[in-house]
Design a protein around this ligand. Sequence first.
Ligand SMILES: *Cc1c(COP(=O)(O)O)cnc(C)c1O
Length: 355
Amino acid sequence: MEIKTLEDIKLNLTERSKIHDIDFENLSFGNVFTDHMLVCDFVDGRWNQPEIMPYKPFSIEPSARVFHYGQAIFEGMKAYKDEAGDVWLFRPEQNFARFNKSAVRLAMPEVPEEVFLGGLKKLLQIEKDWVQRGTGKSLYIRPFMIATSTGVIASPSNNYRFCIILSPAKSYYSGEVKVIIADHFSRAANGGIGAAKAAGNYSAQFYPTKLANEKGYQQVIWTDDATHTKLEEAGTMNVFFRINDTLYTAPTSERILDGVTRKSLIELAKRENMNVEVKSVLVDELIAAAKDGSLKEIFGAGTAAVVNPIAGFAYKDDYFELPKVENSFALHLKEKLTNIQTKVDEDTFGWTVKI
Ligand SMILES: *Cc1c(COP(=O)(O)O)cnc(C)c1O
């Protein structure tokens, strides 16, 4: 695909870049932001002219709807730099489409392609020096939209702000991740907003995750809200299970986010001649597989960490440690996908888009 740049965009650029103050070798995820951001307001039923301006606080009235009713959505994507110094996005049209699906579910206006993708392209052209080259390095992209109309009236806002901010990232290793399988709490329910990338899905997870942390587990594996028998997501990532030499991941649903990493790993695994089945794994099946030794790997999949191997899981009073495997599917797939994203390997899928 080709992204059209946006001609109709207001540029208000900073005179002094802060890039030389940044220690790119020691970045914690999501704390440092680039010089500029893109802002576009929706007022009186239409989108205004987008503006690229210095990254800085903006002021919003305390009664703005976002603060009271959580009308807020976001996306997460990454830009990579190749050997020649060109900047690439990975399947950006997927994030754009998903953003607007989230917008519809939260009764927010859809963002035009010229603003989301065209605006992002222009912003990345300005910030290209912030996309660093090298293993695991990327520029994390956070588009988001909030409800800005004033008044504590429980109805959708008339006005919205769409914004894109950028944060340089290096590959992160989250350490050993142990998870607890949810037998009471849920992150999503049928008919709810689990399939949208809504801010509220994250705040709903914080408390059960905090309880898990207190017990020594880093994340929660979410199960279906009705029966708590189907394994659905790991923290804020999609989840894969390897039983013998078959990979399983649940089908997307109203409760499961349609992750770009998940769907890319499924296609990649098929190309690598791995057995992949899109099928829910049940808690009982997982425990049986852990007991008879056929459970080899569990890993989360998402843009930020790409693949996050899980070391063991708890269910009620039992803890199951996973074996150390020699030929890890998780690490193999992570390397293959990262090599496509960073243009080290040829992209035969046509997933990468040049800026
Ligand atoms: C963002 C997200 C994912 C991962 O999606 P990617 O497109 O792969 O980054 C998975 N689950 C949830 C709940 C998410 O919010």
